[in-house]
Ligand binder design. Structure first.
Ligand SMILES: [Zn+2]
Length: 398
């Protein structure tokens, strides 16, 4: 707009001088129009410019940049190919341009498989010399529920840089990183936008670190303090009782796009924003989910109904909610020992109350050692899991 006004001003000035010129000897031709203005930021077209850059990564696939899963696959325009890094610590993906660009958006495409290799934390930088880097965007605790899907990010930027860097510092807990595509977009300021920035709060107590990420637009969550309190109160007890080697650095992510209750995955526990808003007192859900971190060390094939039953057992035993909106179900003849969650938890509790006091702790130790759960039932109780269940059915009172 500045350019437009300055042209209008000079045309008006020119006309004014032309009128005066009629009565004096000054030659109006000596008033030259202003030179063409330099192109402004607004003149920069919206473009995907990833193909214009020279790509450099801090660590490539073992087969090299042009291998089947090399870094060249990041910018080949094909979302069925991917870039895969093994023994992941961090990865910098640098785009070097011949001329400075105004990038204000980038798009990442998930790989075809193993979502544990998705990026979790990263920063995005610009640089004018490839030496000094300016942070343009930062993301923590990101989640991607769909494979081979584009996820686009925006930020505001009014500087032209010749270098851009996507620096991924954390994946979900796998030892590999993968991405199908990475595209960069030039954007004039009038088209730029910024995504809502997630609120991130880290708390350290002893050797435990909790990174609390709020992806919702609501600033103050009524249950945040409760979730943190349950974590720092009960997780040390779970670690001591079941597995001192389990994860010490845990992400809690409050996610408005998730419509379940909560789930545990890699280093992360995701809580549904909608569920927690409806159930702010349900803080002991933390005990169930963190028990899954303990169970990450299990060897061999442990069925899901057993890990869920043990997680609900842990919630029953270690939970601190008072009053507690959650409880174990009453016994019903329709139950089976593999009914999962509270049904299996109640059976485990009955075994401890009637047969063997430390049964779940010893079962947990056996599963960490790779013992088959059916063998453990016989070793510990002298009867099969079915026979002990039949006893439970005869007298199901806890
Ligand atoms: Zn669970």
């Amino acid at each position: 707009m500045t350019t437009f006004y300055s042209w209008r001003r000079s045309i008006a000035f020119f006309l004014l001088l032309s009128v005066f010129a009629a009565g004096c000897s000054k030659d109006p031709d000596s008033i030259l129009p202003e030179p063409d203005p330099e192109p402004g930021l607004e003149d920069i077209p919206l473009l995907d410019i990833a193909d214009d850059a020279f790509l450099i990564v801090s660590k490539d696939n073992p087969d090299g940049p042009n291998g089947a899963e090399g870094s060249a696959k990041l910018v080949d325009g094909d979302t069925t190919t991917k870039f895969l890094v093994k023994d992941f610590k961090f990865v910098n993906v640098d785009f070097r341009f011949d001329s400075a660009k105004l990038v204000a958006s980038y798009q990442f495409t998930t790989g075809n498989d193993f979502d544990g290799r998705d990026p979790l934390d990263w920063k995005f930088y610009g640089s004018k010399d490839g030496q000094a880097w300016t942070e343009l965007d930062s993301r923590v605790g990101m989640q991607f529920r769909k494979r081979r899907t584009n996820y686009r990010f925006y930020f505001k930027n009014d500087q032209l840089y010749t270098h851009y860097r996507w620096s991924v510092s954390k994946v979900y807990g796998a030892d590999m990183f993968q991405a199908s595509e990475l595209r960069l977009f030039q954007m004039p300021p009038s088209l730029q936008k910024s995504l809502p920035v997630s609120r991130v709060d880290s708390t350290t107590q002893g050797d435990l670190k909790l990174i609390f990420v709020n992806h919702s637009n609501k600033e103050d969550l009524a249950y945040e303090a409760n979730l943190k309190n349950v974590f720092f109160t009960t997780y040390p007890q779970l670690l001591e009782e079941y597995n001192p080697d389990a994860l010490k650095r845990v992400y809690f992510i409050v996610d408005p796009t998730y419509d379940g209750v909560a789930y545990s995955f890699g280093d992360v526990i995701v809580y549904s924003f909608d569920y927690m808003e409806r159930s702010p007192r349900d803080g002991d859900v933390v005990v169930h989910e963190t028990m899954h971190k303990i169970q990450a060390g299990y060897q061999g094939n442990v069925p899901g109904w057993l890990t869920e039953g043990m997680a609900d057992y842990a919630r029953y035993r270690f939970g601190i909610d008072d009053p507690d909106p959650w409880s174990l179900p009453d016994y019903s003849p329709s139950h089976e020992y593999n009914g999962s969650y509270g049904i299996t938890a109640r059976y485990l509790l009955w075994i401890e109350n009637h047969k063997h006091e430390d049964f779940v702790k010893e079962l947990n130790d056996a599963l960490l050692d790779g013992v088959d759960y059916r063998d453990f039932w016989i070793q510990s109780l002298g009867s099969s899991i079915d026979d002990v269940w039949a006893e439970y059915e005869q007298n199901p009172d806890i």
